[in-house]
Design a binder for this molecule. Sequence first.
Ligand SMILES: *[C@@H]1O[C@H](CO)[C@@H](O)[C@H](O)[C@H]1NC(C)=O
Ligand SMILES: *[C@@H]1O[C@H](CO)[C@@H](O)[C@H](O)[C@H]1NC(C)=O
Ligand SMILES: *[C@@H]1O[C@H](CO)[C@@H](O)[C@H](O)[C@H]1NC(C)=O
Ligand SMILES: *[C@@H]1O[C@H](CO)[C@@H](O)[C@H](O)[C@H]1NC(C)=O
Ligand SMILES: *[C@@H]1O[C@H](CO)[C@@H](O)[C@H](O)[C@H]1NC(C)=O
Ligand SMILES: *[C@@H]1O[C@H](CO)[C@@H](O)[C@H](O)[C@H]1NC(C)=O
Ligand SMILES: *[C@@H]1O[C@H](CO)[C@@H](O)[C@H](O)[C@H]1NC(C)=O
Ligand SMILES: *[C@@H]1O[C@H](CO)[C@@H](O)[C@H](O)[C@H]1NC(C)=O
Length: 396
Amino acid sequence: MQALQSTMCNTIFLLLLLTYTNQPCMAAIPNPQQNHPVDLSALLAFQSHITSDPQNILTSTWNTNTSFCNWTGVSCSRRRPRVAKLQLNGLSLTGTIAPEIGNMTFLRFLDLDNNNFNGHLPDSLGNLRHLKSFHILYNMLNGPIPPSIFNISSLEVILLGGNFFSGQIPSIHPPRLRGLGLFNNQLEGPIPPTIFNIPSLEQLSLPFNSLTGEIPNVHLESLIFLNLRGNNLTGPIPASMGNLTQLLWLDLIDNHLTGVVPSSLGRLGNLQLLELRGNNFQLGPMPSAVLNMSSLVVLELTSTGLIGSLPADFGLHFPSLQQLYLDYNELTGPIPISLSNASNLEVVDSSGSTFTGSVPATIGDLSHLQILNLEGILTIAKTSQFSIISSEVVDY
Ligand SMILES: *[C@@H]1O[C@H](CO)[C@@H](O)[C@H](O)[C@H]1NC(C)=O
Ligand SMILES: *[C@@H]1O[C@H](CO)[C@@H](O)[C@H](O)[C@H]1NC(C)=O
Ligand SMILES: *[C@@H]1O[C@H](CO)[C@@H](O)[C@H](O)[C@H]1NC(C)=O
Ligand SMILES: *[C@@H]1O[C@H](CO)[C@@H](O)[C@H](O)[C@H]1NC(C)=O
Ligand SMILES: *[C@@H]1O[C@H](CO)[C@@H](O)[C@H](O)[C@H]1NC(C)=O
Ligand SMILES: *[C@@H]1O[C@H](CO)[C@@H](O)[C@H](O)[C@H]1NC(C)=O
Ligand SMILES: *[C@@H]1O[C@H](CO)[C@@H](O)[C@H](O)[C@H]1NC(C)=O
Ligand SMILES: *[C@@H]1O[C@H](CO)[C@@H](O)[C@H](O)[C@H]1NC(C)=O
């Protein structure tokens, strides 16, 4: 599952990355005399703050004898000899981010992913008023996220994940923001309610921080990816989350959420992944909302306080479901025969349940099944029915 998640995760963020990687802004200006002095001094200041460049990318090509439009990682605007794109990802560059970077006001795309930049992000980044996409994933940056960055009205993608940013998420937001990735930092405090008011927001990824407070009400419809895993969020899942009808992915694992899964989530007719493990939900039956999610591929309700028996038609409406985790609940009663209608199931884990009766013989029709763990029933099931399941069964 870990592998599946990271694959899907990368895919989704890749979409955002690709959107701006192919920007048509390549037009080398022949004459180094035409190097714009403001951009030139900003680039040289940026270079001077770099203390290690193991692949000698900057030392070998960032030469004032040539137009900076020709330097590795630098692309100029089609219309004028100004820097439109600075893309220096994965070069193991070490150093701080020079504040002069904020002088390159024609910059639209800034990508410094996968380096070793440290120190704080300069406030002056907020001067980049044409910036559409800013990523600096997986570096060693710390300190607060300058609110001035979130004040750039042209920004559509902000990816700051995999650093050591602390403090709170700024509460102002670019009005056209499509993707915000602040995962794997040390951010604390609440999720600003304003985030869920950005009508264009498609992807919000805030896992593995120390965010607290309740999940704010949702007032947008465009969200397709929401990951709040591994924070300290409390309170219930807001009923308004049922308004996110485009949502494909909802991961709320490892928080302190309470209450019950709201029935409004039954409107999430496109949801492919629902993961709620590791919260403090109230004991109750399988939420009826879940039974409506016929697009689910992964349903992970481990330890979510489920009690009672599964609905008799459980499985009838899950044509795409591959992974079903119901372990560490208090499920009882029979295993519904309709489980075998979920014909794409690969993993069924319901260990810790005390099902009664026997495994329905039709389970043997699940030709993709690799893992079946119905611990509570194994003593009964070690009869002919269980051998129906192919030898691929991993009984752990
Ligand atoms: C840009 O680089 C190419 C090849 O690397 C070179 O032929 C060309 O002269 C350079 N142009 C300028 C203006 O430096
Ligand atoms: C720039 O070009 C001149 C003459 O072609 C050369 O003498 C000088 O060393 C070059 N400077 C750098 C920094 O490469
Ligand atoms: C560039 O930015 C720095 C710091 O942000 C500032 O002090 C400097 O005056 C600017 N330089 C130019 C040439 O605009
Ligand atoms: C945001 O921008 C507005 C107008 O451009 C400005 O008045 C305000 O001070 C900025 N706020 C921050 C935090 O940069
Ligand atoms: C959540 O809060 C508890 C204390 O209330 C703390 O021990 C724990 O580290 C916090 N977890 C996260 C992920 O911030
Ligand atoms: C969102 O959901 C809530 C609760 O389900 C509902 O009352 C509200 O009208 C919805 N808002 C929009 C904009 O759809
Ligand atoms: C299931 O979906 C249908 C249509 O999308 C909706 O009308 C119904 O209210 C949903 N049921 C639940 C329990 O959410
Ligand atoms: C469910 O599976 C049974 C047999 O395994 C089949 O007879 C029935 O038609 C299926 N129902 C649906 C709705 O696919």
